[in-house]
Design a protein around this ligand. Structure first.
Ligand code: NAP
Length: 282
């Protein structure tokens, strides 16, 4: 039996096990995918254990996507560029680190009719998902991008990293408060929430978005998908802004992981299956 897992904390919200196990059944594959709660400081031990148990692959989620970089034997160029790993693959005796979040994010955006070229973006958060979104947007031609994170040092580190990687773009930071964000919104079309605010026990929370500066020409992407309509999306829609939750990205990044582990045909079948069965995983 092929074994897979997703490692994170919190992990109870994750739809990945239902999504993946539904797919494995459809593919007639003798495989299982489980959610494993791994607290900060326990990641290295968890990864070692999965390797010893001959797991084929794993996804890595909040808060481990950056820490896991130092645990792999080989990093894909994209994971290195992003500075975060969301997919582990034990292949030919070595542990590979990949990132399928950036392509998943871009596919979701494109599916919703948004093209980043020529459009500025504001990203809340500066962790793994924020870095993947930034990489996708800058690669896709976004000319300006700002990070806003509760720890300004984390936002500055991400801005420095992407400023060096994409020297033609204007990459900066903005303080984690509504007053500072308001003027920045005038020059940005896309707002991305890459924090857990709005998810699970943080359901009532929202990043510091100044509602008065939000207009119908903004697009708001909340990477949270549980609940499907977060407070951020509800408020954005009330201002006429178009919004999208993290579900489409979830499916695309999961299909990217399937492609690495099981091949391109399985990836295409995964996307088709999840499109035809939108309640799979829910
Ligand atoms: P991460 O690497 O741990 O980064 C999380 C970011 O959010 C960090 O900047 C973190 O700052 C910040 N943050 C955490 N708790 C916060 C709080 N209470 N208030 C303000 N900021 C807070 O996690 P991640 O993997 O990037 O995931 C971030 C979110 O995106 C999660 O909700 C995850 O479920 C979602 N996500 C969705 C998809 C999808 O496919 N839809 C894919 C990836 C991620 P600190 O470092 O200071 O905590």
């Amino acid at each position: 039996m092929k074994r897979f897992a997703v490692l994170g904390c919190p992990i109870g919200h994750s739809r990945s096990p239902a999504l993946m196990n539904g797919l494995f059944r459809r593919l007639g594959l003798d495989a299982t995918y489980r959610a494993l709660r791994v607290e900060r400081g326990r990641l290295a031990e968890a990864v070692r254990t999965l390797g010893a148990l001959r797991f084929v692959g794993a996804n890595v989620t909040i808060p481990h996507k950056e820490e896991v970089l130092r645990l792999v034997d080989w990093l894909s160029p994209q994971a290195r560029g992003i500075g975060a790993v969301n997919t582990l693959f034990w292949r030919s005796g070595r542990l590979e680190g990949h990132n399928t979040d950036a392509d998943g994010f871009l596919s979701a955006l494109r599916g919703a009719g948004f093209r980043p070229r020529g459009r500025g973006a504001l990203i809340y958060g500066a962790g793994g998902a924020a870095r993947a979104a930034a990489y996708a947007l800058l690669k896709g031609g976004a000319p300006q991008l700002h990070f806003s994170a509760r720890r300004s040092s984390q936002a500055r580190a991400a801005a420095r990293h992407f400023g060096l990687l994409f020297p033609e773009a204007d990459v900066g930071t903005v303080a984690w408060d509504e007053k500072s964000v308001a003027p920045v919104l005038k020059r940005k079309r896309l707002i991305v929430n890459a924090t857990p605010l709005g998810m699970g026990v943080l359901k009532a929370a929202c990043p510091p978005l100044p509602w008065s500066a939000l207009t119908a020409r903004h697009r708001v992407v909340d990477l949270v998908y549980q609940p499907e309509r977060t407070r951020l999306l509800t408020m954005a829609r009330a201002k006429g802004a178009r919004g999208m939750n993290g579900l489409s990205m979830l499916r695309h990044q999961a299909a990217g992981s399937v492609g690495l582990w099981l091949g391109r045909r399985a990836q295409a079948r995964a996307l088709r299956f999840w499109k035809e069965n939108p309640t799979c995983g829910f």
